[in-house]
Design a protein around this ligand. Structure first.
Ligand SMILES: NC(=O)c1ccc[n+]([C@@H]2O[C@H](COP(=O)([O-])OP(=O)(O)OC[C@H]3O[C@@H](n4cnc5c(N)ncnc54)[C@H](OP(=O)(O)O)[C@@H]3O)[C@@H](O)[C@H]2O)c1
Length: 278
């Protein structure tokens, strides 16, 4: 969608700054939601092997009538499939389910420190990239300490780190580290999972001031902060609302008020301790 700005990744690939996430959407429903999203104008879709909806996502992409090179498809390797050879097989499986011959972005879903396999895994990703089967490779949920090790032991700087990020968890340290190394920051749970964040009085007041919804104000904060965002919704009116964030701008007062909301509040696990699938 031409109104959605792109972020140029460190290998020159353009990624829409706003895309559509499908975590916790069952496969059949994902097909419907992704179809609605593409029809509404989204061009970037974020799925993962563990979401078990790559098949439905792929069906919606195939049926959309939108040229493949106008879409940006991300998927992620699940923790249990880390390791060089397993990762190669898991990637084949994801491509197969998606019905695609390449993805735009392939991410290691979590570092899984107890497994100690992310550098070997990433070397398989470098092969996938070299073979042209992913246009870009990156990671998700990596703390700077994990990235430092990865950068020291592998060749390709990750294009993206997708991390939990919203106004109550602003991730200043990670964002600064990424900026310094040319890694784009992508925000997961950008709306704080649609829970308390959208009722915070500061957010509600800023939304009212601009005649917008709290979700739109939060998405605007992400865009003006430089984050890539992938809000999820299965509700057609919200899918539309979340894309309609380019007709207004937060001012310096709004941004200062958002800055004050940071409380280091995680909704998901701390990646340093998340070893499911090890
Ligand atoms: N890499 C990772 O480890 C990781 C982890 C979590 C998420 N992610 C990715 O990030 C994406 C987004 O994160 P998320 O799904 O956790 O949460 P989110 O996008 O922050 O919030 C989604 C929730 O907010 C509701 N919502 C959406 N738009 C709304 C609006 N305009 N007004 C009010 N409520 C609204 C949705 O409800 P309805 O659907 O009922 O409309 C849903 O319950 C995921 O789908 C996934 O692609 C990645």
């Amino acid at each position: 969608m031409s109104q959605v700005p792109s972020i140029t990744l460190n290998n020159g690939l353009n990624m829409p700054q706003l895309g559509f996430g499908v975590w916790q959407v069952p496969d059949g429903e994902a097909e419907k939601a992704v179809a609605t999203a593409i029809e509404t104008g989204y061009r970037s879709i974020d799925t993962a092997a563990i979401y078990e909806n790559e098949t439905g996502t792929g069906k919606a992409i195939a049926a959309s009538g939108v040229a493949r090179d106008e879409l940006f498809v991300t998927t992620k390797l699940w923790n249990s499939e880390q390791g060089h050879d397993r990762a190669l097989r898991a990637f084949d499986d994801s491509l197969d389910k998606l019905g695609l011959d390449y993805v735009d972005l392939y991410l290691i879903h979590w570092p899984v420190p107890a497994k100690d396999a992310y550098t070997d895994t990433y070397k398989a990703f470098e092969k996938i990239l070299a073979d042209g089967r992913a246009k870009a490779i990156g990671v998700s949920n990596f703390h700077p300490e994990h990235l430092k090790r990865l950068l020291g032991e592998t060749s390709v700087v990750p294009a993206v780190n997708q991390i939990e990020l919203h106004p109550q968890l602003q991730q200043a340290e990670s964002r600064a580290f990424h900026a310094d190394r040319g890694i784009a920051t992508e925000a997961w749970s950008p709306l704080g999972q649609g829970r308390g964040l959208l009722e915070v009085p500061t957010v509600v007041a800023i939304a009212q001031k601009h005649g917008r919804t709290p979700a739109q104000a939060v998405l605007r904060w992400h865009l003006q902060t430089g984050n890539i965002v992938i809000p999820k919704s299965v509700t057609p009116s919200r899918i539309k609302e979340n894309l309609d964030v380019f007709g207004f701008e937060l001012d310096a007062d709004d941004l200062a008020a958002f800055a004050a909301l940071d409380e280091g509040k995680r909704l998901g696990p701390d990646p340093a301790e998340f070893n499911v699938g090890a």
